[in-house]
Write a protein that binds this ligand. Structure first.
Ligand code: TXA
Ligand code: MG
Length: 313
């Protein structure tokens, strides 16, 4: 259900949960200062309690009170990429960031999103926690209709139109003197080299000393439609059945081609990826062969990672 900016501010300040647009995906937002609203997010999403939340704010001054210590390049990264699709995980002030937000870890994740409506709202609400607005395990929601399909048509949503990036923020984690990417996202790894002087390593399922993953969310099946996705690295001409493929390729043996867009325009593939995965469910398709024979560079690397996880059992 569409709500106004004013209603969204009032609801959040009164401890309610609302869905908000960002440039990456829609988020389910709760005030950092309302523990019962934060609990409600975990319940609504059916999210495991050991999966921490990202703290969002309108500017860095609103975030700094919650940060214990700033690692090297934090300021340079924040100046270069905020507002924008980058999340930084740093040591948290444990007294100020509630345990439930950090899932008991000593770190917290921070981001300043770019969507104009949500930026205006954040100035009035202060910091908000905001996971992607989808039931745990499903593809993230990138428009109001996706959020309504997961949480019902009367769920309060600030409608900011479809998300332009379509992929979640890139998450960077500072460890052993270097920034590492613990979740690939809308900004490709190479982008950060200008600021850091190196391309941050992409670490899948990285472990802390206690053998817990650096980014708990990477443990879970995610981005997945109900349909079985079968990734195929074969030559396009050989693909059969219902194919999730690309506009600039030919699949002569395909029964039907569901298009992700043009490989030579990966930003547009990112923008519609989750909508296409959700459409497969709406049509109750059981099995899809994914054309996975593309060069996994830049943003196509994130897209490949999402398809990989969507295909995981
Ligand atoms: O683009 C985005 O980042 C979106 C929009 C709404 O801002 N948000 C989003 O949140 O994707 P969520 O909760 O769906 O994914 C956040 C990921 C999870 O995998 C979680 O485990 C990880 O960030 N995370 C959060 N805090 C962390 C921490 N302190 N240490 C390690 N990982 C953390
Ligand atoms: Mg998510």
């Amino acid at each position: 259900m569409k709500i106004s900016l004013k209603d969204a501010v009032d609801l959040l300040n009164h401890g309610e949960v609302v869905a908000l647009p960002t440039e990456t995906v829609y988020g389910l937002a709760a005030s950092l200062f309302h523990p019962e609203a934060i609990n409600k997010i975990f319940l609504l999403k059916r999210r495991p309690l050991n999966n921490p939340l990202i703290i969002h704010a309108g500017n860095v001054d609103h975030l700094s009170p919650f940060i214990d210590y700033l690692p090297s390049h934090f300021e340079d990264l924040s100046k270069a990429f905020w507002p924008g699709p980058m999340t930084l995980i740093v040591s948290a002030d444990k007294k100020k960031v509630p345990d439930q937000v950090r899932a008991g870890l000593s770190t917290a994740a921070f981001r300043i999103p770019q969507h104009e409506l949500t930026r205006q709202l954040l100035e009035k609400t202060g910091p908000l926690v905001m996971p992607s607005a989808n039931l745990s395990g499903k593809p993230s929601g990138t428009c109001r209709e996706h959020v309504e399909s997961d949480f019902g048509i009367s769920f309060p949503i600030l409608d900011g139109g479809p998300c332009t990036r379509g992929l979640e923020s890139t998450i960077l984690y500072f460890q052993d003197g270097k920034w590492k990417i613990v979740r690939q996202g809308a900004l490709e790894a190479e982008t950060f080299a200008v600021i850091l002087g190196y391309i941050p390593e992409i670490v899948e399922g990285p472990k802390t000393d206690q053998n817990a993953p650096l980014c708990p969310g990477q443990l879970y099946r995610h981005y997945a439609p109900k349909a079985k996705l079968i990734l195929k690295k074969e030559y396009e001409n050989e693909l059969k059945g219902i194919i999730l493929g690309f506009e600039d390729r030919h699949y002569p043996q395909g029964l039907r081609v569901i298009s992700l867009g043009y490989l030579n325009n990966p930003e547009t593939i990112a923008e519609k990826l989750y909508a296409v995965l959700r459409q497969i469910d709406l049509e109750e398709i059981k099995e899809v062969y994914v054309d996975f024979s593309f060069e996994q560079r830049g943003i196509l690397s994130t897209i490949a990672e999402r398809l990989h996880r969507a295909a995981r059992d």
